[in-house]
Design a protein around this ligand. Structure first.
Ligand code: NAD
Ligand code: UD1
Length: 321
């Protein structure tokens, strides 16, 4: 199979690419704004293109010249807070690139078996009912969430009107190896782990907690996310459908800190700051729709954190089961 992964040098993307590349030809396009080329396994024959998914000429050339069996569109500015700071810039990547890709697929990719678009739990916003079902009320609060929802609608419309085989996944909070902690807007577990590891090696570090730490998230280990992506992309009944990808369990940030503290055996120094603009207080997935495809998350938060710590602290790198 020939597979295109946009944003394939990023956190979820590189885990997916390394998983797929042992048995498939994988092409990656990434502008390396957050991703790293080192995330890609050198032992596989991965074709890497450094460029932007917003570059019409580059994307047209790519989709005209190559024929893909599967496309996973993961490229995005994944930080909600970034979209609050720079809504126009993030809109170009998080919405315009999806629309462009859909048109190019309609024109040039007649043998595509599936486009999987990575949306987000952020589309549900702060409407209070929990857990979130795919049919729950949508109340996006940020440019990031609005762009993801608008893009979802186009992705489904291309399936309905033009018979482009598409599926949408709404990731909840994904964590695990290769998540980049370098930006203050990076995923919270990667930032926490970075602090813990600095402290462990006697480098001074403090974790900034926005709010009182009682906000909760459905944190899902990236290994389970890959399983979800495989199930959705291979299932015919998933065409034109949307799936939550989470665990069905939520933890508060305070609980999360104490789980990591117990595993590592020392305390995390915390500074409290005001809640961030657009922050959601609670998030929890109903995963029953994905379960109908055979999905069963294998990692509780403790198990996932344990594996993540092993990966970060072992010299030969932890390999997924
Ligand atoms: P990430 O930032 O690690 O990956 C995104 C990748 O896209 C990066 O490698 C980045 O360099 C690349 N990129 C950004 N702009 C680009 C552009 N214009 N052209 C080409 N490449 C570009 O983030 P991630 O956590 O791996 O997220 C992957 C996808 O999943 C994103 O669409 C994100 O919105 C979505 N998502 C992630 C989470 C999560 O918890 N990590 C949750 C919900 C949805
Ligand atoms: C995350 C994803 C987003 C996805 C959404 C789905 C990232 C960077 N963002 O957003 O792409 O669409 O899940 O639910 O992966 N926090 C701190 N201190 C920090 C960093 C964060 O207290 O240093 C807090 C935040 O204020 C928030 C919580 O931790 O309350 C989670 O933040 P974050 O990891 O950025 O995720 P989301 O905003 O939920």
């Amino acid at each position: 199979m020939t597979i295109l992964v946009t944003g394939g040098a990023g956190f979820i993307g590189s885990n997916l690419v390394n998983f797929l590349a042992s048995e498939n030809q994988v092409v990656v396009i990434d502008d390396l704004s957050m991703g790293k080329i080192e995330n890609l396994d050198k032992s596989f024959n991965i074709e890497f293109i450094k460029g932007s998914v917003t570059d019409n000429i580059l994307m047209k050339k790519l989709l005209k010249e190559k024929h893909f069996d599967y496309i996973f569109h993961l490229a995005a500015i994944a930080s909600v807070a970034d979209s609050v700071e720079n809504p126009i810039k993030t809109h170009k990547v998080n919405f315009d690139s999806v629309f462009l890709l859909l048109e190019l697929i309609r024109k040039y990719q007649k043998s595509l078996q599936r486009l999987v678009f990575s949306s987000s739990a952020a589309v549900y916003g702060d409407e209070v009912s929990l857990p979130k079902k795919e049919k729950s009320v949508i109340r996006p609060l940020t440019a990031y969430a609005i762009d993801k929802f608008a893009a979802e609608r186009f992705v489904l419309m291309y399936s309905n009107l033009y018979k482009v085989p598409t599926s949408v996944v709404r990731f909840f909070n994904v964590y695990g190896p290769k998540q980049n902690p370098s930006s203050p807007y990076s995923g919270v577990i990667s930032i926490m782990m970075d602090c813990f590891l600095k402290i462990q090696t006697n480098i001074e570090a403090k974790f900034t907690l926005f709010g009182n730490g009682k906000q909760s998230r459905d944190f899902v280990f990236v290994e389970d996310v890959l399983k979800a992506l495989m199930l959705v992309s291979k299932s015919n009944s998933a065409i034109g459908e949307v799936y939550n990808v989470g665990t069905g369990h939520a933890v508060t940030l305070l609980d999360l800190i104490s789980i990591i503290e117990k595993t590592l055996g020392f305390k995390l120094p915390v500074i409290y700051e005001d809640l961030r603009l657009g922050d959601i207080s609670e998030s929890l997935a109903d995963i029953s729709k994905l379960q109908t495809l055979g999905y069963k998350p294998a990692n509780t938060i403790s198990r996932g954190i344990d594996k993540y710590i092993k990966y970060l602290t072992s010299s030969n790198g932890y390999i997924f089961e």
